[in-house]
Design a protein around this ligand. Sequence first.
Ligand SMILES: N[C@@H](CCC(=O)N[C@@H](CS)C(=O)NCC(=O)O)C(=O)O
Length: 221
Amino acid sequence: VANGRTVWGVGTTRTIRAHWVLHELGLEYETRAIQSRTGETQTDEYLRMNPRGKIPLLVEGDLVLAESGAIAAHLADTHAPGKLAPAPGSRERAIHDQWCFFILMELDATSLYVVRRHDGLPEIYGDAPMAVESSLVYFRRQLEVAEAELADGRSFLLGEDFQVADIHLTSCLLWASAVSETLSDSLMAYRGRTTSRPAFQAANAINFPPEVMAALSANQK
Ligand SMILES: N[C@@H](CCC(=O)N[C@@H](CS)C(=O)NCC(=O)O)C(=O)O
């Protein structure tokens, strides 16, 4: 195990957040390439580590950490303070975290994940066309706020420094395209800037290797 650091999980827009942060920070780690809904998140061994039965999961020494948002913040704060997120307790950090929670709660949890569960996975979560439709309307409305923030021509969400909030936003923009949402030119240009980073490319190759992509497209209806 590379420095006792392991990321469990590949193949989703949540797992890429952990891989991407680690690559931005240049940290070595081992990948356990388990995927959602394969049974691999539900084994006794895995559930002992993460009773939520979810990926991603970071194991670092004796710390076992779930939730992509918590994993990203922890890695950024402990391995390169100030590089990928402003110092905890600072005003800048408060604004940065406002974006992170907004993205994870409003764009991910209450919008895209609703679409995923009730459109993409009706056999598990139930078919709910009205929930899907209203979540997409809600998503577009919330996304306007991020788009407006970028309207002054800044490179990244909080200015010229690429930060954890950009990892979360980019993951949701990629996810939006996967559910056939059309993004504005300015959001596509932003996403082009973030995804052209070598750390994204390296993380993406681990998170979505050819065999995972093949399995994902075979699962799609
Ligand atoms: N809020 C969590 C969401 C994690 C989550 O729901 N992960 C899904 C895949 S994207 C999962 O692990 N599903 C497990 C399964 O269905 O087997 C996070 O951001 O880490």
